[in-house]
Design a protein around this ligand. Structure first.
Ligand code: FMN
Length: 234
């Protein structure tokens, strides 16, 4: 894969828009215009445990993002559990012989021009992001040269086993990386947690515990609202 990815290069991933153009004529133009109105918000779970707390919190955030404008906003959760992201590729090295690398299909999804929001969720590991999250963020370097993620709204969710186990500092370290892509970083607003969604895995009820759910919802709502206000990235 090239060290530089533009949204145009992955236009095939735009699906309906591309299909509309192929159809041609008034029907095709109408379909393409309809597709252009849609915004996509993707959440990426950076836990090694499939469908665990981080993914659960992100599902809540995505539903809240969609609720901002159900007719315009589409959502998708990418769970990195079990996926191989070869970190050395970010440093210009080849995928080692015999190893697989699952980043390309993920990059194609993120390069879709309709992607207007990205929510990154990570477990708190020693008051920082998980190694999966770091690997994912380093692989986002493929978008850096063309600034492909410019103006995409970025939100962060962090889950710790302790109520105050380093969620905020973890969120801020992820947010710092998003500025390098000219992403529009948002927090969870004024009601619950400020910097992003701080979740406590050991709460009774897990992600459904009232405070957890409210934090995830607030983050999703902010990402949805700001994505809608900005409109689709170019
Ligand atoms: C290596 C390691 C370090 C951890 N460090 C912290 C920590 O600093 N603070 C905290 O609150 N929880 C810590 N935890 C607990 C995880 O954040 C917690 O289990 C979280 O729910 C994992 O997310 P998941 O359920 O999506 O896998 C740590 C767990 C592991 C395995």
């Amino acid at each position: 894969m090239s060290d530089s990815v533009t949204r145009r290069r992955f236009i095939g991933a735009a699906g309906a828009a591309a299909g509309g153009m192929l159809l041609g004529g008034a029907e095709g133009q109408a379909q393409a215009a309809e597709a252009r109105k849609k915004l996509k918000i993707i959440a990426v779970s950076c836990s090694r445990r499939a469908g665990a707390t981080t993914a659960g919190g992100l599902k809540i955030a995505l539903e809240a993002a969609k609720a901002v404008a159900p007719e315009r906003i589409e959502i998708e959760l990418i769970d990195l559990a079990g996926k191989q992201l070869q970190a050395q590729v970010a440093a210009g090295l080849e995928v080692p012989p015999g190893q697989t690398d699952d980043f390309l299909p993920i990059a194609e999804k993120l390069a879709d021009p309709q992607v207007a929001g990205l929510i990154i969720g990570t477990p708190v590991y020693y008051s920082s992001m998980s190694s999966v999250c770091k690997d994912f963020i380093e692989r986002l370097g493929v978008f850096h040269k063309e600034c492909t993620l410019s103006n995409v709204v970025g939100g962060v969710l962090a889950v710790g086993a302790a109520r105050n186990g380093g969620q905020e500092v973890t969120i801020m370290s992820v947010q710092a990386t998003l500025h390098a892509h000219e992403m529009v970083v948002v927090g969870a607003g004024r009601k619950t947690t400020r910097f992003g969604a701080c979740l406590w895995a050991n709460a009774e009820g897990g992600v459904e515990e009232q405070t957890n759910r409210a934090a995830a919802e607030d983050l999703g709502r902010r990402v949805g609202e700001v994505a809608l206000a900005i409109g689709k990235p170019a």
